[in-house]
Write a protein that binds this ligand. Structure first.
Ligand SMILES: Cc1cc2nc3c(=O)[nH]c(=O)nc-3n(C[C@H](O)[C@H](O)[C@H](O)COP(=O)(O)OP(=O)(O)OC[C@H]3O[C@@H](n4cnc5c(N)ncnc54)[C@H](O)[C@@H]3O)c2cc1C
Length: 291
């Protein structure tokens, strides 16, 4: 496997990067860590004469705590995130999830933006960020727009980004009062076979809000409408209601066969992991109310 020759461009701003990408059109691709793109090119699955390196674009760097959200530059690596005191303080479950992605070599080079923009169906962060209610900040030249995480991945290896548009940052909102997150995943090979994240909020001991996202079992990670079945559930009936919710969500996720697992087995995995993630989120929400 040999990389075909290409030219590297090193823009200093989002405007310059998106202008280059728009001008070079199908001959160019953006890249950050290159862990997906360079492999794809080595395998002969993609061929670009020009690569636009985003690592030096300042707007894509930095982790900033804002009033109601944590802003993470798209070019921040998984390792920088998992080891960041700010990320650990803002959302420990997010840091813990990132520490499970791939291996240390990939996490040290691969970026959050690269993971999301490549839109491999087997992504941990894409699923997590849906349940966390995150938004993607996208920019084309001077125009910026905010895309909910649930609408960012539009198909396998497809996103809501337009030609020349960049993912600049991800905004993770503060977890609501007395809320908890549970993230579970299982992998058979390098990438997750099933990924589930749940968020549960309690008010006076009963569920007042819940979100459930299931990824890796179908073409795109999905936000489960069945999370509404949990509203009003309390400690005594939570596990039963979580079971019903997980079952419906697994059915709705429409698992596809992935070559290793049948759709029926993937549905079973989605059910078991959803129920577990919901119970973890409920327990974390209860703990959050104790202090
Ligand atoms: C062995 C291995 C195991 C892995 N295991 C897991 C796993 O367990 N869980 C998981 O979730 N992921 C896993 N991954 C995926 C890994 O997280 C990604 O490879 C990595 O995050 C990609 O980041 P990158 O910066 O290298 O992307 P690049 O390869 O640089 O870019 C990927 C794509 O995104 C585009 N792009 C990059 N940044 C931007 C931007 N800011 N705006 C617009 N487009 C952009 C590029 O044009 C390219 O198409 C694994 C990968 C490998 C190689």
């Amino acid at each position: 496997m040999k990389l075909p020759p290409f030219s590297i461009h090193r823009p200093g701003s989002v405007q310059e990067a998106s202008r280059l990408l728009a001008d070079l059109a199908d001959d160019a691709a953006a890249y950050c860590g290159g862990t997906e793109l360079l492999l794809t090119m080595k395998l002969g699955l993609a061929d670009y004469a020009h690569l636009v390196d985003l690592k030096r674009v300042a707007a894509l760097r930095g982790i900033t705590t804002e009033r109601t959200s944590l802003r993470i530059g798209a070019a921040i690596t998984h390792y920088e995130l998992e080891s960041s005191p700010q990320v650990r303080a803002w959302c420990p479950a997010f840091a813990a999830m990132l520490s499970e992605v791939a291996n240390i070599r990939v996490r040290s080079t691969g970026t959050l933006g690269g993971n999301l923009c490549f839109a491999d169906p087997h992504s941990d962060p894409a699923t997590f960020l849906i349940a966390a209610g995150a938004s993607m900040l996208c920019q084309m030249a001077g125009d910026t727009r905010r895309v909910p995480a649930s609408e960012f991945v539009t198909g396998p290896y497809q996103t809501a980004l337009g030609p020349g548009e960049l993912l600049v940052a991800v905004e993770v909102p503060a977890l609501p009062v007395q809320a908890g997150i549970g993230h579970v995943r299982m992998k058979l090979h390098e990438r997750p076979t099933v990924t589930v994240t749940a968020m549960v909020q309690l008010t006076r001991g009963a569920v007042s809000d819940a979100r459930l996202a299931i990824g890796s079992v179908s073409a795109v990670p999905v936000s489960a409408d069945a999370a509404a079945l949990l509203l009003g559930a309390a400690a005594a009936d939570f596990d039963d209601r979580a079971g019903a919710c997980a079952w419906q969500a697994a059915l709705d996720a429409g698992p596809l066969s992935d070559g290793d697992c049948s759709p029926e087995y993937l549905r079973h995995l989605a059910y078991v992991h959803s129920r577990r993630a919901l119970n973890l989120a409920f327990a974390a929400a209860r703990d959050a109310g104790l202090w």
